[in-house]
Design a protein around this ligand. Structure first.
Ligand code: IFM
Length: 442
């Protein structure tokens, strides 16, 4: 079992970075040894998480991290992308929590000892609850508290980190969490989503110089997710709908970082929905990046509709993953090429790509041919983008192992390693074996 790429592909250079990715709340468990976060509260609210589950145990990675490092190493990857839990490493008074910091120091030391480069994300959605109680990302002050957290934790971790990302997917934290409420903290108001996005992008910009000062040798940047928008037909109206959707869901989070402005359709927001922007905010947001992390899973199709700027179309007959997300790898190449054409990008890392599939563990084997097909098509899509001139230096599979999939709880499996939650037994799926073979073949 092996993914195949042209023998001259940049993906087959030893210098290209292959890794696997996770996030703190999704795998760590051990919620009793950290402060509560917004996802603890959300999970405890009836009806918010589909299987009524929470992150109290998850993959018990907090206790099983040593065996997990062996597992990561056994895959032969060059890098491991993890996130730091803010509520694990900081006390309420803003001082560092040595127990939490030591957990990450042990993990980072073990990764480095094995020659695995740590890619660390500082915020993958687990905002301390006491900060949410004070307004969360609607409160401008949270951006400054994030800078302070970034300052303290990066000093404490010293030179152990190969790459820092400030945020994972500002779209999800702001739109899903504050605008439509299907993620924590579960607030649902357009103005909230736009204001939260503004404060998160501000927090990113405030933290970047801190990272460059405290960790000058690491690659410092941000991870954004994109769901490219396609028109249903060639009509001008559908094209306009897709363009507006693209601005609202994708460009909103990248344009301020490179162009120092929101997309033109900002003008379409009512005054009430517009975020409060202070003079100089866009200058802060435009801090130079050492890399851009791109997460890609699927595309969305739009058509024009009466009374609203765009309407999403469900592509009923299209192939889909277990999340119901359309499998459309051409959108990955199109996206990477279009970002390269629109913005002066630094080197790009694909920081997440993968698929949830309805896996079955049978006689110790998960024969996930559907996921293997997904990876094959998307690795090829990345190769094609590189051939068209995009500077891509790495690719991370989402995810190392099955884990807590947010509002879907444990019902959806994204891992290339299967997790039996009753026993915490890990089994490398056939997609993981194929990943290992590809990496080993270089
Ligand atoms: O599991 C998530 C991850 O936390 C962020 N990006 C998308 C993944 C799949 O939904």
């Amino acid at each position: 079992m092996k993914y195949s790429l042209p023998s001259t592909s940049k993906l087959l250079d030893k210098a290209f970075t292959f890794g696997v990715a996770t996030a703190s709340f999704q795998i760590e468990g051990a919620s009793e040894s950290r402060l509560p976060c917004i996802w603890d509260t959300f999970c405890a609210t009836a009806g918010k998480v589909r299987d009524g589950s929470n992150g109290d145990v998850a993959c018990n990675h907090y206790n099983l991290w040593q065996q997990d490092v062996e597992l990561i190493s056994s895959l032969g990857v060059d890098a491991y992308r993890l996130s730091i839990s803010w509520p694990r490493v900081m006390h309420k008074d803003g001082s560092l929590n040595p127990q939490g910091v030591n957990f990450y120091i042990g993990l980072l030391d073990a990764l480095n000892a094995k020659g695995i480069k740590p890619f660390v994300t500082l915020y993958h959605w687990d905002l301390p609850q006491h900060l949410e109680d004070n307004g969360g990302w609607l409160n401008r002050e949270t951006a400054y508290l994030f800078r302070d957290y970034a300052d303290k934790i990066t000093q404490a971790l010293g030179d152990r980190v190969y790459s820092y990302a400030t945020f994972n997917e500002p779209f999800c934290s702001s739109y899903l969490g504050y605008e439509v409420g299907i993620h924590a903290p579960g607030l649902a108001k357009k103005s909230y989503g736009r204001q939260a996005a503004h404060h998160i992008l501000l927090a990113h910009g405030l933290a970047m110089p801190v990272l460059q000062k405290n960790s000058p040798h690491s690659l410092n940047g941000i991870v954004l997710n994109f769901t490219p928008a396609y028109p249903l037909t060639d009509s001008e109206a559908d094209n306009t709908a897709a363009k507006l959707a693209d601005e609202y869901f994708n460009q909103w989070y990248i344009k301020p970082l490179f162009d120092g402005a929101y997309p033109d359709s900002f003008a379409l927001l009512s005054d009430e929905d517009k975020p409060i922007i202070h003079d100089g905010d866009f200058d802060i947001m435009q801090a130079p990046l050492d890399f851009l992390g791109v997460n890609f899973y699927t595309r969305t199709v739009y058509q024009a509709a009466a009374g609203k700027p765009f309407a999403e179309v469900d592509m009923l007959d299209a192939p889909k993953t277990d999340m119901g997300w359309e499998i459309y790898p051409q959108a990955f190449t199109d996206l990477l090429v279009s970002l390269h054409e629109k913005y002066a990008l630094p080197p790009v890392y694909i920081t997440e790509n993968g698929a949830a599939m309805p896996d079955k563990l049978l006689n110790g084997v998960v024969n996930d041919q559907d996921r293997i097909g997904y990876y094959q098509m998307h690795l090829t899509a990345v190769h094609n983008a590189i051939e068209q001139g995009v500077n891509i230096d790495g690719y991370f599979a989402w995810s190392l192992m099955d884990n807590f999939e947010w509002a879907e709880g444990y019902l959806k499996r994204f891992g290339i390693v299967y997790v039996d939650y009753a026993t915490q037994q890990r089994t490398i799926k056939n997609s993981g074996i194929a990943f290992k073979t590809l990496i080993g073949s270089r």
